[in-house]
Ligand binder design. Structure first.
Ligand SMILES: [Fe+2]
Length: 135
């Protein structure tokens, strides 16, 4: 059930790829913590760390898009996806509050974190890499 970073996930910008690898590591830590029945506080810690890391990561991508003068339509679309992520993430937090290791929580991690990230990386983030290459 773990997610692995492979070359298919490379967007062609080293700074982004490095952070994506880190993100995948944190998501895997979260899954491990739940599967191994870690205490609620320990799971909470991983979630808090993930939240901070994603904040930093999105800010970095957005700053990069500004720096490379990424077309504003694409920028706004990208930013909107990041906003949507936080809405999904909040749902995950709600589930966590109710029961920190329910099957619904694991399901939501798969959909909200893993599927969302893989999809976002492969489409939206890769578009940044393609733009950088074309410049
Ligand atoms: Fe992104």
């Amino acid at each position: 059930m773990d997610i692995k970073w492979t070359d298919d996930l490379s967007v062609g910008v080293d700074s982004i790829d490095e952070q994506h690898k880190e993100l995948i590591g944190i998501i895997n830590n979260l899954l491990t913590a739940i599967e191994r029945n870690y205490a609620r506080d320990e799971i909470q810690e991983v979630i808090t760390f993930l939240k901070k890391y994603v904040e930093t990561h999105f800010a970095m991508e957005e700053a990069l898009m500004t720096r490379i003068k990424y077309p504003s339509g694409n920028f706004l679309e990208h930013e909107a996806q990041h906003t949507l992520f936080w809405e999904n993430f909040n749902e995950l937090l709600e589930l966590f509050k109710k029961d920190h290791r329910s099957p619904a929580m694991i399901n939501t991690i798969e959909i909200v974190l893993i599927q969302w990230f893989v999809n976002h990386i492969c489409k939206t983030d890769k578009a940044i890499g393609a733009f950088v290459k074309r410049r």
